[in-house]
Write a protein that binds this ligand. Sequence first.
Ligand code: GLN
Length: 249
Amino acid sequence: MSADRSRRTLTLAHLYPSLMNLYGDRGNIMALRARCAARGIDLQVRAVEIGDAWDPEETDLVFIGGGQDREQRRIHQDLAARAGPLRDYRDADGVILAVCGGYQMFGRSYRDIDGDVMDGVGVFDIVSAHPGRRFERCVGNVVALWEDDTLVGFENHGGRTYLNEGAEPLATVVAGFGNNGGDGTEGARVRNAFGTYLHGALLPKNPRLADRLIGLALARRGGEAALAPLDDYYESRAHAEALHAGLRR
Ligand code: GLN
């Protein structure tokens, strides 16, 4: 890819958009596309459904949204076949955003509501397990501390996620359950891979995280990671509303 094109074009692989798209997670793609376009960057989105080819060499960002256990079972085999290339992409500092069910499937394993264990992709050193039908789901607005900022969103998951020794959380919970409602962690981060339980959609309400993903992808292609600031009046309003909703929880 020429350096000039790399600065103006980014390619996002959207994994299983017809199956893994709970609670408006598609809004993350819309936010990335709008924030790229505002800087003259063309974000090309490639849907990768079950059986579709995927070229890591042509990919700058990978996104997988949330899903019910049923959808996670449907994608499990196809995703397992992509585990090696996805780990290699992670190790090559490829940018990843995995949300909720997608986040669970990007760990080492997920035990679903029926107690069936699915192998994960192994991008994140985490394990996730649904405790069963008699346990309450983790539902509500979430506020978490990320670097010197806050992340806000909405969670709705039965599964609980646990970081293995040495694994790095994405954020620290201020309000809500986060990974498991017990250890105060939310999500996971490894190299340029970000995992989270936050729906909302996440990125429209958290523009700094959206720009971080774009900047990392540009830098990896030899472009300039520093992005021109945008007028984030509405994004900031949405963030503040979600922050207050979470703190009132
Ligand atoms: N099915 C998973 C769970 O219940 C993930 C749900 C989701 O993606 N919101 O934990």
